[in-house]
Ligand binder design. Structure first.
Ligand SMILES: *Cc1c(COP(=O)(O)O)cnc(C)c1O
Length: 468
C-alpha cells in the first residue's frame, strides 16, 4: 500500500515510513492510495472471531506485507493482552435500538489505548529492524500523554518527552503520566496553558538542528497508524450486533475528528453504515459546520469533557481530501485561506454531500450531567462526560425505525469522577490495576515556557541516556 499526502506535495511513502513520519513534509496528513474493500460475505465470515483476529484482517491490507504476518499477529496479541475485559471492547445494550461500545478497558482508561498500544509496538519493531532511535515529543491536555507513555515506556529505541500544562490536567491524568518510572519517559510540567505546550512542541520541531540531532517524531492523531487501529473496533462492534445484515449508525464524541474519521474509513472499506452522528461539547466548530455550511474559528472554552476542548479538528483535513476528490492542491488552498481568515465553507455541494452521511449535535455541560444521571437511573451504566455526549447525540438523531445506533464510550467514568459523582451520587472507583495510583511516587520536571531552557533540558537528558 502506498500513502499520499492530503496536500499533494510530499513524497508518496510506504507503510513503515508513514508510521515514522507522522505528519507529511508538506504539512498534510497521509492517506492510503486506495481503500481496501471487503464484500458482505467477507465481512460475514469475520463474525464470531475474537478482537485480535478482526484486528489482523482489517489492518493487514494497510500494513501490506511491510511486517510479516506472524510478527504482526504477535504484536496485536501483545498490545491487547493486558486489557481489563476478555472481549477487549465489549458492547452493552442501553435500550431497544441503542448500544454502547466500551473503549476504556486499556491501561489508561481512554480509547486512545486501543491505537497507541499497537502503535508503540509498531514503532519498536520498525526502529529495531532499521537500528534507528527516535525521540517522541508531544503535548497533552491529559489523555494522549498517558496513553502514549503507557505504550512506549521501557522501549529501547524510543525516548519520549511529554509536555502537560502545570496544574491544568486532572490529578488522575497527571498521575497516570508522572508515576511511570521508566528511564525513557520524561514528563515536563510546563508553566503555561495547553496551547503553550503545543507551541513549545512546534518550536522544538521547527529547530531543525535539534530535531535532526535527536530524530524527533510524533504520535498524535495525525499519525495514520492510529486511525488504522481505530477502524478495527467499528467492524468489531457492528459484527457483534449483526452487520452486515442490519442497518447501523455510529455516534462518536468528537474533538480532533480522528475517531469518527476511522468510522468513515470503515464505511469506505465496505461496512454498511447509514449515518455518522457527531457529539460536540461547547467547542462545537464541527456541529456548527454541519448545521450551517460555514466553518468559523472561535476561542476554546473549558468544559466537563476536556479531551474535546479543541478548536481546529486536524483530521477533518482527511475528510476534505475525500470530498475534494483527492485534489491535494485544492485542499492546501482552502486550508491556507481558512488559517488566514478563520472562515471557510468548502462549497454548498460538498456540504450537502457530507450532510448525507454526517450530522452533529452540541451538548452543553448541564445536559451532559443530566444524561449521566438519566442513563445511570434507567440502565445502571455509569458514563464519563465524553461518552455521555456521544450517547445524547445518538438519542437526538432521527433515523428510520429499525436502525441500530452504536455509541462509542471513549473514557472510563473513574477518569473524570467528579462529573459522575455530581450526577449520580456515586463516585466511580478506579479499576484494580490503578487502585494505588494516589500512593505511587511521581517524577516530573517543572520548566518555564522558554525554548532555550527546554532545549537545554532535552540535550542534557538525552546525553545522560547515551552514557547509561
Ligand atoms: C481524545 C478523546 C476524544 C476525542 O477524540 P478525537 O479522535 O480527537 O475526536 C473523546 N473522548 C475522549 C475520552 C478522548 O480522550
Amino acid at each position: 500500500m502506498r500513502y499520499l499526502s492530503t496536500r499533494g506535495q510530499a513524497p508518496i511513502l510506504e507503510f513503515e515510513d508513514v508510521l515514522l513520519a507522522g505528519l507529511a513534509g508538506d504539512g498534510g496528513l497521509y492517506m492510503p492510495e486506495v481503500w481496501p474493500h471487503f464484500t458482505k460475505p467477507e465481512i460475514r465470515a469475520m463474525r464470531g472471531s475474537d478482537y485480535n483476529e478482526v484486528a489482523f484482517r482489517i489492518m493487514a491490507p494497510y500494513v501490506d506485507g511491510a511486517i510479516d504476518e506472524a510478527a504482526f499477529r504477535a504484536m496485536i496479541a501483545d498490545a491487547y493482552q493486558g486489557f481489563g475485559h476478555p472481549a477487549t471492547a465489549p458492547l452493552v445494550q442501553l435500550d431497544n435500538s441503542l448500544w454502547l461500545t466500551e473503549l476504556f478497558h486499556g491501561p489508561t482508561l481512554a480509547f486512545k489505548d486501543y491505537p497507541l498500544q499497537l502503535v508503540g509496538r509498531l514503532f519498536d519493531h520498525v526502529l529495531g529492524a532499521r537500528r534507528k532511535k527516535v525521540t517522541i515529543i508531544g503535548a497533552t491536555s491529559g489523555d494522549t500523554g498517558s496513553a502514549a507513555i503507557e505504550a512506549c515506556q521501557g522501549r529501547d529505541a524510543i525516548q519520549m518527552f511529554i509536555f502537560h500544562p502545570e496544574g491544568r490536567v486532572s490529578e488522575v491524568q497527571r498521575r497516570q503520566m508522572t508515576t511511570v518510572m521508566s528511564a525513557n519517559v520524561h514528563n515536563i510540567a510546563l508553566k503555561g496553558t495547553f496551547d503553550d505546550c503545543q507551541d513549545m512542541v512546534k518550536a522544538l520541531f521547527a529547530d531543525k538542528v535539534l530535531a535532526q540531532r535527536h530524530n524527533f517524531s510524533a504520535v498524535n492523531s495525525i499519525n495514520w497508524a492510529r486511525i488504522m487501529a481505530q477502524i478495527v473496533y467499528y467492524f468489531w462492534a457492528a459484527l457483534a450486533i449483526g452487520a452486515p445484515d442490519r442497518r447501523i449508525a455510529f455516534a462518536v464524541p468528537t474533538g480532533n475528528f480522528g475517531n469518527v474519521f476511522a468510522a468513515y474509513a470503515a464505511k469506505r472499506m465496505g461496512l454498511p453504515i447509514e449515518r455518522l452522528i457527531i457529539g460536540s461539547n461547547a467547542n462545537d466548530i464541527l456541529t456548527r459546520y454541519f448545521e450551517s455550511g460555514q466553518m468559523t474559528m472561535q476561542n476554546v472554552v473549558p468544559t466537563l469533557s476536556p479531551s474535546m476542548d479543541i478548536q481546529v479538528s486536524s483530521n477533518f483535513e482527511r475528510l476534505l481530501f475525500e470530498y475534494y476528490h483527492r485534489d491535494g492542491a485544492a485542499v492546501a488552498k482552502v486550508l491556507e485561506r481558512f488559517r488566514r481568515t478563520g472562515k471557510a465553507n468548502f462549497g454548498k455541494g460538498r456540504w450537502r454531500a457530507m450532510g448525507n452521511l454526517f450530522e452533529g449535535h452540541r451538548i452543553g455541560d448541564n445536559t451532559t450531567k443530566a444524561v449521566i444521571g438519566d442513563i445511570y437511573k434507567s440502565t445502571g451504566q455509569l458514563l464519563d462526560p465524553h461518552s455521555a455526549i456521544g450517547v445524547e447525540a445518538a438519542r437526538r438523531s432521527h433515523l428510520p425505525a429499525g436502525t441500530a445506533i452504536i455509541a462509542m464510550a471513549t473514557a472510563h467514568p473513574a477518569k473524570f469522577p467528579a462529573a459522575a459523582e455530581e450526577s449520580t451520587g456515586i463516585r466511580p472507583k478506579l479499576p484494580p490495576q490503578l487502585a494505588d495510583l494516589f500512593e505511587r511516587p511521581e517524577r516530573f520536571e517543572t520548566l518555564p515556557n522558554n525554548i532555550e531552557r527546554v532545549s537545554a533540558y532535552l540535550d542534557q537528558q538525552l546525553a545522560a541516556g547515551e552514557d547509561a
